[in-house]
Design a protein around this ligand. Structure first.
Ligand code: GLN
Length: 533
């Protein structure tokens, strides 16, 4: 056994308490003290990955450099740690069962009855230890999705119980995140749900080592002591996590609460360096003390659930901070936009972001938005489907290709300016079959994109099936929409610009997956700068 240390994060009382943010904050603090840390999320649903989920179900699907479609918490991990994640950082029950069933078909368990225990739990343990076995990390944090007590998380909880026994105390620990609700009628904070939730963990054989309590109001020492006593946890291992205005504040609060020191002590690791958090603090200071204020319209069809655009929103926050600018994001439902009301929706904006998406719902609103931004010279950033809409608008309204469209929506269009990629034409299965992950793009030197990136060769992440149809390349170039970024191998168009405008860039890739607190994405930063001007 290597000397990698393992931290498990479970959740109780209710979902959506922010296990991902607590995990990422702890990882950030450990990293700032000189430890190499990675975070993994285990999701108890049966989809093999979240790629086939509607964003309304589970928020954004985050894509890693190696092309895995993953849970949006991985986005937080990357944004906090500035370290890339991979397929191994997000595994679902579906993937675990798929692996076990494939092994069964191959005859790996010949003669045996294949069961949840030990076969599924063994596979879960293998997945957890896989990241540790890479010899790249001192500490692996594993976040168990769902809430303790759910039927579907039982095999994960059992695997954690076994690992705790196998690894021994000092090599692993369990952090349990719960909620302490405030009852305004009686003016009291209530610890009973936490006690019940710890009881549920104990029934499964796990004594948590650290409790993190989410709360609206600060907890008194009395309450902390009560929780410690009734949940059998050391007093200084009861950590409060009070609501804050930005998720980027959470690491600072966890530092004050000494979550990192408690974890290190329990893992028998030295609290070696003072935490180096200077860039993080600078980022926070700028975020909280803006000099400018702008309104950016985010035009998409999943706007009722802002989690559907998590990485875009966070990228805007990062770029707002570097530009010392507060960004008020106005979520605009693209389905609502018509020629008659477009000015009411977009008239007050300093910049427009046309979001990614799939299918026909709301697409005409996005095409009209692109036209409006172009005609009114409003800075406009078009991502993936957003870029495809900008191309369709330009084809219809500038090149005069009436009825131009994407074959995703109109497969009989006379002018298929966006068309299915050649390699996609034979694809039947929907799961994991898009053009996914990092691909190279070469940028022309006489472009705005080159000025922003400061280099000609970039790698960005993708998630799409349709592409700019190169049959029309010359028409676009002659009329002023310039394909400035091209994939050197496949010749697919990756970036288009309209140089006659103040700022108009469309990208087929997803820059939002590449923006972190420490490294805001250059295109987002440039976009926000243009909006301020
Ligand atoms: N639906 C488009 C395609 O598959 C765009 C995808 C996206 O915006 N991620 O190409």
């Amino acid at each position: 056994m290597t000397d990698v240390k393992y931290v498990f994060v479970t959740g109780g009382v209710t979902s959506s308490l922010g296990k991902g943010i607590i995990s990422a904050s702890l990882a950030k603090l450990l990293q700032s003290r000189g430890y190499s840390v990675t975070i993994q999320k285990l999701d108890p649903y049966i989809n093999v990955d979240p790629g086939t989920l509607n964003p309304y179900e589970h928020g954004e699907c985050y894509v890693t450099l190696d092309g895995a479609e993953t849970d949006l918490d991985l986005g937080h991990y990357e944004r906090f740690l500035n370290v890339p994640t991979s397929q191994a950082n997000n595994v679902t029950t579906g993937r675990i069962y798929q692996t076990v069933i494939n092994k069964e078909r191959k005859g790996d368990y010949l003669g045996k009855t294949v069961q949840v225990i030990p076969h599924i739990t063994d596979e879960i343990k293998r997945i957890i230890k896989l990241l540790g076995s890479l010899n790249k990390f001192d500490i692996v944090i594993t976040e168990i999705g769902g809430t303790v007590g759910d039927i579907e998380s039982l095999p994960y909880i059992e695997s954690v119980r076994q690992l705790k026994w196998e690894l021994g105390s000092g090599n692993c620990l369990v952090i349990h995140l719960t909620l302490v609700p405030y009852l305004s009628a009686s003016g009291e904070l209530k610890t009973k749900p936490t006690q019940h939730s710890v009881k549920a963990l104990l029934e499964a054989g796990i004594q948590p080592d650290v409790l993190v309590l989410r709360t609206e109001k600060s907890l008194t020492e009395d309450i902390k002591r009560k929780v410690a006593l009734f949940c059998n946890v050391e007093e200084n291992a009861v950590i409060e996590s009070v609501d804050v205005s930005t998720i980027y504040e959470v690491p600072m609060r966890m530092l004050e609460e000494k979550l990192d020191q408690t974890v290190l002590r329990k893992l028998n690791l030295p609290v070696k360096d003072e935490p180096y958090l200077t860039p993080w603090i600078e980022f926070l200071n700028k975020l909280k003390n803006p000099k400018y204020e702008i309104i950016i319209g985010l035009v998409g069809k999943y706007v009722e659930l802002p989690d559907a655009y998590k990485s875009i929103v966070e990228s805007l926050r990062h770029s707002g901070s570097v530009n010392e600018c507060e960004i008020d994001i106005k979520y605009i439902q693209s389905e609502d936009i018509t020629e008659d009301n477009i000015n009411d929706h977009l008239g007050d904006l300093h910049g427009i972001l046309i979001a990614p998406g799939f299918g026909s719902r709301g697409i005409e609103g996005k095409i009209l938005t692109s036209k409006y931004a172009r005609e009114n010279n409003i800075p406009c950033f078009c991502i993936c489907l957003g870029m495809q809409c900008a191309v369709i608008d330009f084809a219809r309204n500038v090149i005069n290709l009436a009825g131009a469209h994407s074959t995703e929506v109109d497969h009989k269009t006379k002018f298929p300016v966006i068309d299915l990629m050649e390699e996609q034409k034979r694809v039947i299965n929907k799961g994991g079959t898009m053009r996914l992950g990092g691909y190279k793009c070469v940028i022309r030197k006489d472009s705005m994109s080159f000025n922003l990136y400061g280099k000609t060769e970039i790698i960005e992440r993708h998630r799409h099936r349709y592409e700019f149809n190169n049959k029309y390349l010359c028409n676009f170039e002659e009329n002023g929409m310039i394909p400035v970024g091209i994939n050197p191998d496949s010749k697919l168009v990756e970036i288009v610009e309209i140089p006659s405008l103040k700022w108009f860039i469309g990208v087929q890739f997803h820059p939002e997956y590449n923006s972190t607190v420490i490294n805001p994405h250059p295109l987002f930063a440039g976009f926000v700068r243009a909006c301020i001007k």
